[in-house]
Design a protein around this ligand. Sequence first.
Ligand code: PA5
Length: 422
Amino acid sequence: MKLVHNMDVNRVDFKEINEYGFVKIASNSKNVIDEINEYSKYVNSNFENFVVVGIGGSSLGPKAVHTALNNQYYNEISGNTKIYFLENIDPDTFEELFEVINIEKTLFNVITKSGGTSETMAKFMILKARLGNLAKTNIVCTTDRENGNLIKIAKEEGYKTFFIPADVGGRFSELTPVGLLPAAISGIDIEKLILGAKSCLDDNLEEAKEYALIMKEAIEKGKNTLVFMPYSDKLSLLGDWFVQLWAESLGKKVDNEGNVINYGQLPHKSVGAIDQHSQVQLFAEGPNDKIFTFLEVKNFKNQVKIPKIYDEVRGISFLGGHTLNELISAEKFATDYALKKENRDTLTIEINEINEEVIGKLIMFFELATVFLGELVNIDPFNQPGVEEGKNATYALFGKEGYEYKLEELKDQCGDKLWNGK
Ligand code: PA5
């Protein structure tokens, strides 16, 4: 992995990182890896389907890693336990899953760090009721060892449980059992994922600092959007994972001293070459308020040749004899060039190939860059106070105990426009 750019960076000293929970994972996961690998064998021989039930950091990472490392038609071709994700609370997508799975032959992995997220717990409650007597064998939990409602229920009802370390928050938890269990079940080498994360600490720490410094300066220059643009379908959902990490960690109203700063940068996912036909017009000629991070894969697993036919059709004959690999690489180069020509700031993360180690490395790289930028601008990247207001208002509308005051506030604010149960 290599960070390529032509921007000047003024180096600064950063705090020690070894105390961060997500960093410690890189060196203390041996036991958990062994336990997960063992359990995965049991799952593969006993269940037809494995469903990840989580949201936010408890779903985006597992999805990103699955997409990056498994065949896109995994469920159709692997012959292993099939993998599904039940992320949203959209009643239609929820029910559609039950049209394709046999619930009795399905293991549901309920993942929630807090053990109380409404969306996840609502889905858990539905599953528990539908499973009836099978709940004990067909639910596995991933949650905090001590805190939250899920661990209490899991203990009482005897669910197999994996633990998320107390000092690792949701969006930093992909390399804990949150991501490792779903990955191992689909045959991904989770030891290599962790090795990749560790190699990032050894080899790419300075680049993660550099990335944070570049983004700090970019934000100061008014680059309020960070376009995360992999030229790879396999890395598309890594973009979604990154969006949550960057947005929720760095979008903050106050700094560590309580000063109002309304800090942040909008992370936006775009996929090359697809979005050249959708967004690049805006990127090149619209407001110059963006900085671009391209992810370029140097070696794809496959090499696809374009046949040398239609020699007489001048508009397309130039394609013949090349490969799709050359085409996507040239298009990335050309788009980067075109954006630079319009004075847009771009940088590229080059990766040799997509494999477990590289994915582990990229995850650690962006987590580090996020906390480094938090440190540079004196904000707490690990909290998310801005999502509490909406959560509390939902609790009040649903009549959760202790939120009566919020319901009164809502009534005052909304009058007869208050949500009325539909
Ligand atoms: O990063 C975070 O803490 C959040 O985005 C969480 O991942 C998300 O809210 C889900 O939380 P939980 O894992 O507690 O259900």
